[in-house]
Design a protein. Structure first.
Length: 581
């Protein structure tokens, strides 16, 4: 792991990149021209897998009423440090379970206990591994059964009801012990004035109020006289049969008085009060007519009169206390992926992650179990491991305590360089990911795709000129080099090289295997030089007269291929010939 990482961190020079590019993509390599003085950009991706075993401890306090089922298990724990020592293994957790299950009492964890509470060894499986299940330890000095402080062992305390206050039974404050209170319906009078006759005892004759009559029947003695004392009755007929005028007749109902006795109150003028049935008093509702009040919270028997169960010991008279420490073992895993070199914008994390072996096997780098402390610090990842530990909330000396650390790490180097593309004269960047182990060439922009139309034209032209190359055998590489150079001069004769010409020339240059990269670069630089040097005698000196004539014939054919030889082209041909005279 360490060796692999160190290998991946070795220096990568531009020469190494050039060589690696040739291996990875020879076809593309032929079209790339490298500046060997360029600076290489270098990213180093670091992946760290971090596994921990850790222990955390919690100090718990339990305080509880000493109910009978707890007595036997508590006997095993009490006796103090003289019997059990400062800290002792809690061989049974029966007290804790009983309190939880039968009495709904859970331990309360202390937030910042003194370090001494946790100062005892971890249970181990062997020297390098802890037991996954850790025993409970308790503090015999703080584990005890004692008389209840609240009731001083009396089991009961004075009633906490604020009215009762332990009196238990007291006189009803509403009726003051009388059991009855004044009737509010009649203000204690027992009767109320009759509303029908307003207390007079008589009502108007014929009125529907107080006379037991229903309406609409006035005008007869039965119906009453409406207070007049008489009614009008028929008086027979005249001889001719027409009725005589009606005549007055004393009202038989009121005997002419115009009023009759009030039926509602039987002419008494008052009506008996119904809530109190005329007594003027009703039963006191506060005490339900008992005259006193008894507290519902406290006992009324002689022994516990006015008292309630002690809330602290729940009437057991005793409290129990257990202080213990629980240890939990956890196993966790985290990882980290970070670039510790320069940033290379075109390379995404996702791409590099493909080169990470997430299943890489970890190795133990820290053991911190009781007195067994060994740490293998690896400078490359030490600070990252420390951060991972801190971020996991773990420490070496305190709880939560790191017990074991296992790490796996890997470095993926990425380099970036630039080149000039022969065909397009563009400066482009490319990267190599995982340079040493599983190198991958990444072009950030495909020059040839962009210039595909240029390439196509170059190919067409290339087929024509290609024949010239194939039919004539070159005796020497030197002749070939000179011919290509003159072809470039011819192509540039009219001031600039057309894109098609450039494409053709680049293909021709690349198709000749014996040219070195430096020689190809010379051709390329000449092609792109706006002010090429003047042609020298050396440039036009070929191995034989025949070769010279052949080259001039070819150049003339080339110049004439677009229909006519223009002045600048003719001038170049003349220069070549004159230099050979
Ligand atoms: Zn008590
Ligand atoms: Zn009362
Ligand atoms: Zn009443
Ligand atoms: Zn009447
Ligand atoms: Zn009345
Ligand atoms: Zn009470």
């Amino acid at each position: 792991m360490k060796e692999a990482a160190q290998k991946n961190l070795q220096e990568i020079k531009i020469e190494d990149i050039i060589e690696k590019t040739r291996e990875l993509n020879p076809g593309q390599f032929d079209k790339m021209i490298f500046d060997s003085a360029q600076n290489v950009k270098r990213a180093n991706y670091l992946y760290v897998k971090y596994k921990t075993g850790s222990a955390d401890r919690v100090l718990n306090r339990l305080e509880f009423p000493m109910h009978d089922p707890l007595k036997a298990p508590m006997q095993e724990l009490i006796g103090g440090s003289s019997k059990h020592g400062e800290k002792a293994v809690m061989t049974s957790d029966k007290v804790i379970r009983l309190l939880q299950d039968n009495f709904s009492r859970s331990p309360i964890a202390e937030s910042n206990p003194a370090a001494d509470y946790f100062d005892y060894p971890l249970d181990v499986a062997d020297a390098n591994n802890v037991a996954q299940e850790q025993q409970l330890y308790y503090m015999p000095n703080e584990t005890e059964i004692s008389s209840c402080g609240e009731c001083t062992g009396e089991k009961y305390v004075i009633c906490d009801d604020h009215v009762c206050g332990g009196v238990h039974n007291w006189e009803c404050p509403t009726c003051a012990g009388d059991k009855k209170v004044e009737c509010t319906g009649c203000n204690g009078e027992g009767e109320n004035t009759c509303d029908d006759c307003d207390g007079g005892g008589m009502v108007k004759c014929g009125s529907t109020i107080g006379s037991s009559l229903v309406g609409g029947l006035t005008g007869s003695s039965v119906a009453g006289c409406g207070g007049k004392g008489y009614v009008m009755v028929s008086n027979g007929n005249f001889a001719n049969g027409s009725p005589r005028p009606k005549k007055r007749k004393q009202c038989t109902k009121c005997r002419g008085n115009g009023e009759v006795r009030c039926k509602e109150c039987a002419a008494k003028g008052v009506i008996k009060c119904s809530p109190c049935r005329g007594k003027g008093q009703v039963t006191c509702s506060e005490c339900s007519g008992k005259g006193d009040i008894t507290c519902s919270k406290c006992y009324g028997d002689k022994a516990k009169y006015g008292k309630i169960d002690c809330p602290v010991c729940e009437a057991t008279g005793e409290t129990g206390k257990v202080v213990y420490v629980a240890t939990t073992i956890s196993n966790n895993e985290k990882d980290l992926f970070v670039n510790i070199g320069e940033s290379i914008a075109e390379i995404g994390d996702d791409l590099v992650l493909n080169y990470i072996d997430k299943a890489g096997s970890v190795s133990r780098s820290l053991t911190n179990i009781n007195d067994n402390f060994t740490e293998e610090k690896d400078e490359l990842v030490a600070s990252h491991v420390k951060d991972l530990r801190t971020n996991s909330g773990l420490e070496i000396n305190n709880f939560a305590k790191v017990l074991t650390e296992e790490t796996y790490y890997q470095v993926v180097p990425v380099v970036q360089a630039s080149y000039k593309h022969m065909l397009t004269n563009e400066i482009l960047h490319f990267s190599i990911v995982d340079f040493f182990e599983d190198p991958k060439l990444v072009f950030h922009k495909e020059a040839e795709e962009i210039k595909s139309d240029v390439k196509d034209k170059g190919k067409k032209l290339g087929r024509f000129f290609g024949k010239l190359f194939k039919t004539k055998k070159f005796k020497s590489k030197d002749d070939k080099k000179k011919e290509i150079k003159l072809m470039i001069y011819l192509a540039k004769a009219d001031g600039k090289i057309e894109e098609e010409e450039k494409g053709f020339l680049a293909e021709s240059i690349n198709s000749i295997d014996e040219f070195t990269s430096d020689e190809k670069e010379d051709f390329f630089n000449l092609m792109n030089n706006p002010n090429p040097p003047a042609i020298t005698k050396e440039d036009v000196t070929f191995s034989s007269k025949e070769k010279l004539n052949e080259v001039i014939a070819k150049l003339t054919g080339l110049a004439a291929s677009d229909g006519e030889i223009d002045d600048s082209e003719q001038e170049l041909l003349s220069t070549i010939m004159s230099l050979n005279e």
